[in-house]
Design a binder for this molecule. Structure first.
Ligand code: ADP
Length: 272
């Protein structure tokens, strides 16, 4: 599913004393199958943006197209869109509530009206995809570790077989090992399922490692939208708004500035 956003604005509490323009004139295109990283400070508009992508929030103005169809047109099937665009919220384990892991993952497909057998089949497949061992399927979600709970929550969205998977800070609060495992798993899913992945993170390093393209949000606007090497070439501007480029890129720049011969093949900085 290709995504296109045209001149999208969003204002919270419009017309009140608390009015806040959270998104300003956003224009973006995300082709199907891309792994996109969204980065920016707290309050830069990342969550507001991704909630537009599955229709949870309706833009104050502007347009949002999926496969060329404007989702704000009368008669657009928003329910179908929500089935195709899976959103994993921050700390998704707070939404685990069924008695056992398998039932929890079945919840989404059950709501889609699928048979019990089909729900279980999907749930088992999804749990396998996120790498949760079968011995945990009967366990209460509350008995699991932080990383395992996160996997169950992601499986719950995958079981609905979305084409687009959006994750809001999926590694928040996990230790480095849990963080790497979850991110590797997401990268694996992206390839295996040919999913479009939109990963919101505040870690430039995490995003640099996985994303085909990076969208940098700053004060409700898209500051950069490009391949990682081109975004990181703006490391000075990024630093000015308090977003550090990955250390390796930065060090390469410094060495080059001092006339040292650096093999920049991996980063091709001079192209930027
Ligand atoms: P991020 O996800 O990058 O932290 P958000 O999208 O949550 O950013 O927030 C963008 C801006 O909108 C911030 O200034 C935030 O304070 C404001 N905001 C977010 N949610 C609400 C809300 N429910 N009501 C009013 N303002 C909000």
């Amino acid at each position: 599913m290709s995504i296109k956003i045209e001149h999208l604005n969003y204002v919270y509490s419009e017309g009140t004393a608390y009015e806040k323009q959270a998104l300003k004139d956003i224009c973006l295109e995300i082709p199907h199958g891309e792994f996109v990283g969204v980065i920016g400070h707290t309050g830069s508009g990342k969550s507001t943006l991704i909630q537009h992508l599955n229709g949870l929030i309706r833009a104050t103005s502007g347009a949002l197209y999926y496969n060329g169809e404007n989702i704000y047109e009368d008669g657009y099937n928003m329910k179908a869109l929500r089935n195709q665009v899976g959103l994993v919220f921050q700390y998704p384990e707070h939404q685990l509530f069924e008695v056992d892991v398998l039932s929890d993952v079945c919840f989404g497909p059950k709501n889609q009206g699928l048979s019990k057998e089909e729900c279980e089949k999907r749930a088992r497949e999804a749990l396998k995809l996120v790498g949760l061992k079968e011995k945990y399927y009967d366990a209460s979600p509350f008995e699991l570790s932080g990383g395992q709970k996160r996997r169950v929550a992601i499986a719950g969205v995958l079981a609905m077989e979305p084409q687009v998977l959006i994750l809001d800070e999926p590694t928040a609060g996990l230790d480095p090992k849990g963080r790497d495992e979850i991110l590797d798993q997401i990268a694996y899913l992206h390839k295996k399922r040919n999913l479009t992945v939109i990963l919101v993170s505040h870690s430039m390093d995490d995003i640099a490692k996985y994303a085909d393209r990076i969208i940098v949000m700053n004060q409700g606007e898209v500051m950069y939208n490009d391949v990682p090497k081109k975004v990181f070439a703006h490391y000075k501007e990024l630093e000015e708004v308090g977003l550090a480029a990955p250390q390796v890129t930065y060090i390469m720049h410094e060495l080059k500035a001092h006339g040292l011969n650096v093999n920049t093949e991996a980063t091709t900085i001079e192209e930027a």
